[in-house]
Design a protein around this ligand. Structure first.
Ligand SMILES: [Zn+2]
Length: 212
């Protein structure tokens, strides 16, 4: 990190956000650069270049890369289509992550099939390959998933469900999100209580249930 800063010069002093943005651009272009956050073996403030991607400083490579960038129009269409929810974990814009009331979700759009793979197959990039992802899922998901779900495999799994479960699934699919039961909503509210209030609530529950 120190070497990067000095290489980039004084105009970047104190601007780690700028540096992070550059790293994101490289990662979007197929570079795999784990940090200490991805690999605990790495010392803090250290990055390791594992895979080189498109050379963004060469005009043709950057142009080829940008052809795969979504336009504002595509972004809007995909976000609307997906009901402004992460298609991976289901979180909505501005909602907080379970157990982390201070971490608010930011939404972006990402490829279901990584663009590198599309390119190597000579496949066109169509809107069905874009999906809404929260920034957290967007960072981890692309390289982790071998390939997106296949229709036949999903249906094989769904055939195992009981009729009541099928009915539930059908209604979730139609409304575009998993509906939250009264119990889910109570849980959402309860886990946003302060630490002391949660303790208080837990002993209330245990007393009520005769568990203590
Ligand atoms: Zn997510």
């Amino acid at each position: 990190m120190r070497e990067l800063r000095s290489a980039l010069g004084s105009d970047l002093e104190g601007s780690s956000e700028h540096l992070n943005r550059r790293l994101r651009e490289l990662r979007d272009a197929g570079w795999e650069i784990p940090s200490n956050k991805d690999d605990r073996q790495l010392p803090p403030d250290t990055y390791r270049v594992e895979v080189k991607g498109a050379k963004l400083w060469i005009d043709e490579e950057r142009a080829a890369q940008q052809a795969f960038r979504p336009s504002q129009r595509v972004r809007r269409i995909v976000l609307d289509r997906d009901g402004s929810r992460c298609r991976v974990c289901g979180i909505g814009v501005g909602e907080s992550y379970p157990g982390e009331p201070n971490a608010k979700a930011r939404l972006t759009i990402g490829h279901r099939v990584p663009q590198e793979r599309l390119r190597s197959r000579g496949a066109a990039d169509d809107i069905d390959n874009w999906r809404t992802e929260c920034s957290r899922c967007n960072e981890t998901v692309r390289n982790e998933l071998p390939d997106p779900e296949q229709y036949d495999e999903v249906v094989a799994e769904i055939r195992q469900l009981r009729t009541a479960e099928l009915r539930q699934l059908s209604s979730w699919m139609q409304s575009g999100e998993r509906s939250r039961s009264r119990l889910d909503q109570a849980y959402d509210r309860a886990r946003n209580l302060s630490h002391n209030e949660r303790e208080q609530l837990m002993s209330y529950l245990q007393r009520t249930l005769g568990e203590s």
